[in-house]
Ligand binder design. Sequence first.
Ligand code: URA
Length: 204
Amino acid sequence: ETGALAFEERPETLPAIARAIENCRKCPIGELHNRAVMGEGPRDATLMIVGEQPGDQEDESGRPFVGPAGQLLDQYLERTGIDRGAAYVTNAVKHFKYVQRGKRRIHQSPGAKEIDTCRWWIEAERTIVKPKLVLALGASAARSLLGRTVSISKARGQPFALEDGAEMWVSAHPSYLLRLEGEAREKQAALFAADLAAVKERLG
Ligand code: URA
């Protein structure tokens, strides 16, 4: 079974979480040569956007969603009329999991156990930010928030009630769109845009 694992006392401020995740070794990802990437955004954001984990550029810069997937996300948010600056943007997993291939670091998806372990931190963030709406991008984010694996195609298009009363919507991860071409990409792009529009509608 899944669910958050309990560790020490949860930090009660966002800067304290940022300090604590830097040294987190609760799972093996933190042992790689990488840095923790904290969520960013207003402490009282209504919307929390959750990705999978930092990628290469996020690890370099220390900020979430600044690489290619983040740029695509930014385009869609802007088009939908959702202000990224008003949202709290974070990830299910706080360290970049990769394998080294020559000079390149190749993304590896976090495992269920790693996602469940890292829930400790996103739950700490949610306890502080208390977003009314949560947008989970991709299966890792959805698992992190629900504690179980769901299929994006089945989960999207409907709200899920989280135990703290927040409403969660699920969509695909923008890096999935980046991997598609032609008609498949157009189809997924339309679904992604519709998911964001549903969130915008709930935001008012
Ligand atoms: N992909 C994610 O899921 N999160 C990021 O921060 C960057 C890329």
